[in-house]
Design a protein around this ligand. Structure first.
Ligand SMILES: Cc1ncc(COP(=O)(O)O)c(C=O)c1O
Length: 425
């Protein structure tokens, strides 16, 4: 293979297999050939006319940035005002109450949510250990973990036998995995992309979140020598109906007397790519929460050093602009109005897809929030090819077909349901 004498084993194992981009290319080919083509492939929010949807308030703030803020490095950990903002973005209104209850927060800026996930993968497990993910998850998780010599195990997205109490959390399987992993690892890390999951659009219910947190805390209490890190990937959560659902669950659990074991750390991977439509400005943060200040101070040091040794500093201009924007009530309100407009695009498309699929008997997975919807399937590639034959381009992934509501014009949504229906028949 070309380059083998230069590449190490890890490099040789890397193949250009980005399914999402290859299906987007198929859509573009069909369009260029003048065929009818519906784009449900890419993971960026598009307006109904196919142009990139932009939060105009963020855009205006970036364009007005002083030249110093554009050119200069940011401090290695991130701009202090931005780090403060990320704690609020992570925990919403609950932040102040959590602080009053004695909790401390750490935050380190990162190039997008991807950088935050890298910081976690690089520091929270030892080489050879496994992280725990749901079986349907964002594909790049695997690479972030493997590049840090980590493996992963999974538990099902939905309870295999259903659950009336928490229909979107497979508690028994989660408990079993935790138990197994605690017997073989001295550290546990769960990555949970909720609310507004990529690739399904699933959001757990409050009951599911309480059950999940309880299981994790019980596991930490029962295994005091095993470090337990719960990382919440909030990449799409500012487009969810309950934007700070996890913060609310955490706060309520603590107020109801939940014990916080010393060996429990909760982290939030923040991404401003979607929430502020600055995908290319690579801005995010890893926020950690723990009752002991010594612990969060240590996280600040470790993550800052890791950042320094990996990408140096995160872009300054975006950190500056969003923290200035959110520092005033009008700025925050103006951003939220734009966010609401963009969310409405997603809500309208999702409601239309759900209703069209219901009419045609297409068994769409539960989907509530965020950029995507999902059809579970044992042969996703066959379904995606059949849909493409009918001019509808979706993305076949492990276990199903991802429907990029974010990219679909509203009036094309019925065609997606029809193509899926035909593919299934
Ligand atoms: C589930 C999930 N997490 C994190 C990210 C991180 O995005 P970024 O690095 O662009 O901020 C993405 C982006 O697609 C995502 O889908």
């Amino acid at each position: 293979m070309a380059g083998e004498n230069f590449l190490n084993a890890a490099g040789i194992g890397k193949h250009g297999n980005d399914t999402i981009f290859s299906w987007w290319a198929k859509f573009q080919e069909a369009k260029a050939a003048g065929k009818p083509a519906v784009n449900g492939t890419i993971g960026a929010l598009l307006e109904n006319d196919g142009s990139l949807a932009i939060n105009k308030v963020v855009d205006a703030a970036v364009r007005n940035a002083p030249e110093q803020e554009i050119s200069a490095y940011a401090p290695l950990a991130g701009l202090p005002s931005f780090l403060d903002l990320t704690k609020t973005l992570a925990f919403g209104d609950a932040r102040t109450q959590l602080e009053e209850l004695g909790f401390n927060f750490a935050s380190t800026a990162s190039p997008g949510g991807s950088g935050a996930l890298f910081l976690a993968a690089n520091n929270f497990l030892s080489a050879g250990q496994s992280a725990l993910l749901r079986d349907r998850h964002w594909g790049p998780y695997k690479g972030f973990l493997q590049n840090n010599a980590l493996e992963f195990e999974t538990w099902p997205l939905l309870p295999p036998n259903g659950s009336e109490v928490h229909p979107y959390f497979a508690k028994d399987e989660f408990d079993t995995k935790l138990k197994q992993m605690c017997s073989s690892q001295d550290k546990i890390m769960v990555w949970l992309n909720d609310p507004a999951h990529n690739p399904t659009g699933l959001s757990m219910t409050p009951e599911g979140r309480f059950a999940c947190l309880e299981s994790f805390v019980d596991s930490a209490l029962n295994n005091p020598d095993v470090g337990h890190t719960l990382l919440l990937d909030s990449a799409y959560s500012l487009y969810a109906d309950e934007t700070h659902a996890w913060a609310d669950t955490i706060l309520e659990s603590i107020e109801n007397g939940m014990m916080w074991p010393e060996n429990l750390l909760i982290c939030v991977a923040i991404s401003l790519s979607k929430s502020h439509t600055i995908y290319g400005l690579r801005t995010g943060a890893l926020v950690s929460m723990h009752p002991e200040k010594e612990v969060t101070d240590r996280m600040d040091t470790v993550m800052c050093v890791t950042a320094r040794q990996t990408w140096s500093a995160t872009p300054r201009v975006s950190q500056y602009c969003v923290s200035e924007m959110h520092s005033s009530e009008e700025g925050g309100k103006a951003w939220a109005e734009e966010r609401d407009r963009l969310k409405q695009l997603l809500d309208d498309r999702r409601n239309a897809l759900i209703s069209e699929c219901e009419k045609l008997g297409v068994p769409l997975n539960p989907t509530m929030d965020g950029f995507f919807a999902w059809l579970e399937s044992d042969n996703p590639s066959e379904i995606a090819h059949k849909c493409a034959d009918n001019g509808v381009f979706l993305v076949p992934l492990t276990g199903g077909v991802r429907i990029g509501l974010c990219a679909l014009p509203l009036d094309e949504v019925p065609k997606v349901a029809e193509a899926l229906s035909m593919a299934l028949s």
